[in-house]
Design a binder for this molecule. Structure first.
Ligand code: G3I
Length: 321
């Protein structure tokens, strides 16, 4: 049995992976990505981001998103859609000009309206807002914050609810929130604030970009997720990977295996943690080496397509009663 089979038997909705457009011409890669016993869910790593979807103002291009979403849908895999609003990977027309608050709110609505309508029946969940907080729990200083103010978050979720289908789960997604810390506490405060004001939100995504040997403990991860499930939200592990300082070794692989398994077990054991998505499954296409020189091998499958100890540790933890 593959990871998705095991995850479903353990009560999760899916075990999934990010897929990026350059991988789509690699048939060996695709034979794993489209194997529904391994992966029951796909997330476009880049294809639905603003710079690709709306490269010119009010000109929409769904080619890159479709290339990931359509085959997953045809294949019976769930889709987590990513992302309406982020501070990164924005088109030049948006970042190189100063818009007024009113203009920027209408640009945001128009973007969400078009993308949400186009993908209306295609997404189990949308990452409506990605990475809006700093480590200390203050709002990240972005063009959204300084032009619109903190209420840009409310606008994004309201627009998302207005234009997605009713069943689509609306998520806030972030990293370094897998412990109870200033950042996750600030997000929980935002959720309570939304609930008081009637702003729609259904879930919180824990990216879980980790480093071998220094991940949050099982207990810390469960405790952080519970901050949100006790408010009635679902949670998910949305971008799991565990990067290693190179060169790799058998010891490091064994540690990485424990780290992966801890996170998957934390989700499995938390009511209302719906699934785990890895931020790609094959080492050579991981984002890690580009951003962290000297680190890598963060995925479940190695360059020669063998399953690493981390794969078997995840399978074991999903298979345990
Ligand atoms: O599109 C250009 C292409 O034209 C050019 O030839 C090529 C040369 O390097 O670059 C391409 O753009 C790259 C883009 O991915 C598409 O492949 C960017 O340089 C590269 O920086 C970008 O990286 C992505 C990163 O987000 C951007 O911040 C990663 O693939 C993607 O995995 C990563 O995903 C993020 C999540 O969205 C949010 N959470 C963190 C996660 C990891 O950073």
């Amino acid at each position: 049995k593959g990871l998705n089979d095991l995850a479903r038997r353990a009560g999760l909705l899916y075990f999934g992976t990010a897929v990026d457009n350059p991988s789509l011409n690699n048939s060996k890669y695709l034979s794993i990505a489209y194997d529904t016993s391994e992966f029951g869910q796909a997330t476009p790593a880049n294809g639905q981001k603003w710079m690709y979807i709306e490269p010119q103002r009010n000109v929409f291009n769904y080619t890159m998103g479709d290339a990931i979403i359509k085959p997953a849908k045809n294949n019976g895999q769930m889709r987590r859609c990513h992302t309406f609003l982020w501070h990164s990977q924005l088109p030049d027309w948006l970042t190189s000009k100063n818009y007024t608050k009113t203009e920027l709110i209408s640009i945001l609505e128009n973007h969400i309206k078009n993308e949400a309508t186009y993908y209306k029946n295609d997404c189990y969940a949308w990452d409506v807002v990605n990475e809006a907080f700093n480590e200390d729990g203050t709002y990240r200083n972005t063009l959204w914050l300084w032009t619109i103010g903190p209420e840009y978050l409310e606008y994004a979720f309201k627009f998302a609810r207005k234009y997605t289908s009713r069943q689509t789960k609306l998520y806030y997604n972030d990293y370094n929130v897998e412990r109870v810390n200033n950042k996750s506490i600030a997000i929980a405060k935002m959720v309570r604030d939304f609930q008081r004001k009637g702003v729609p939100i259904d879930g919180v995504g824990f990216q879980a970009h980790f480093k071998t040997g220094s991940t949050p403990s099982y207990e810390e991860q469960v405790a952080s997720m519970k901050q949100f499930t006790k408010l009635g939200l679902e949670v998910a592990i949305t971008e799991l990977d565990v990067r290693t300082l190179l060169p790799d070794s058998a010891e490091k692989q064994a540690q990485q295996a424990k780290d992966y398994a801890n996170t998957v077990k934390a989700c499995k054991d938390t009511d209302d943690c719906v699934g785990v998505t890895v931020w790609d499954f094959w080492d050579p296409v991981s984002w890690v080496p580009d951003v962290f020189p000297g680190e890598g091998v963060a995925c479940l499958w190695s360059a020669n397509y063998t399953k690493k100890p981390a794969y078997y540790a995840v399978a074991d933890v999903l298979g345990e009663d």
